[in-house]
Design a protein around this ligand. Sequence first.
Ligand SMILES: [Zn+2]
Length: 332
Amino acid sequence: MAAALYPWQHAAWDALAGRLRRQQVPNALLIAGPAGVGKSVLAAQLVAALLCESPEPASLQACGHCRSCRMVDGDGHPDSRTLTPEEDKASISIDQIRDIVHFLNLTPQYGASKVITVTPADVLTLAAANSLLKTLEEPPAGGVLILVSERPATLPATVRSRCQAVRVNRPPRDQAIMWLQQRLTTAQRPQAALYVDLAQGRPLQALQLAEQQDLLACREAVLGGFDQIISGGQQVISIAEQWLKFGLKESLYWIDSWLVDMVRLKAGGEQPPGLANPDLSERLLTLAAGCTLQRLLELQQLCVGIRREAHTTLNPALVIETLAIQLARKTR
Ligand SMILES: [Zn+2]
């Protein structure tokens, strides 16, 4: 059985179910929303429902036990494919699209639908996106394309305009905290709100953070170096080396979250809503005092760019040193 919908996804599902009921499922859907809200679960539920032989009458979700559902849950359904970047590749190539378009044009082996999920869709190369566009213009009968993206704005407008958008939003903070509390140990439960804030309201991200051992100790250690650089310390390169030991991804995550908070504090006073690190607000406000809002925004933009490229970099030391040097330059 495809993983159950998360409690905050029911409105999005109801909208999809309405379309299923009226047999108005578009040939191309774009499931968009931030990382950590469960877009892939919604996509998997839709795939299962489209292929199911006897969906639940009320919800129109897949029944979980027909022949199609068993294939979906087992080795895969012959009328469904998922397209992701090939191993060691950062993007989805035009050859992969050609292959999938060929598959989409074959007659379904079981029901009336063929479903392709492209995830993440924002790593389609331009040529691949254009090739996909042709299929979106004249889709074969019963063919459904589901694009999943946390950065839909990076998709070509021509592709976006041919897709029906389905938005998966962050749940209200209280709902996210309650959901997370049910998954934490008794000892961790009092920290649920902090994890939700640290994850900027994204429940699955919050759960991942909660599962990391020494998370808060690691944050404190990275923050020590951040504090030193902004306060005029000279050991910029050795601080960058320490950050690398804590992990490039992790360090960048924290630095980005503090820069975002510092921008909010600088622009919005002592306790603006939506801080990712509300427990550090006084310290971050002090650090922000010596910087201009403009410089903080520039640094945060730089950090976003570096984070985006970080997973493909061959030289993580250079990446983190560049950020450390810019932090030192722009905050003094
Ligand atoms: Zn079924």
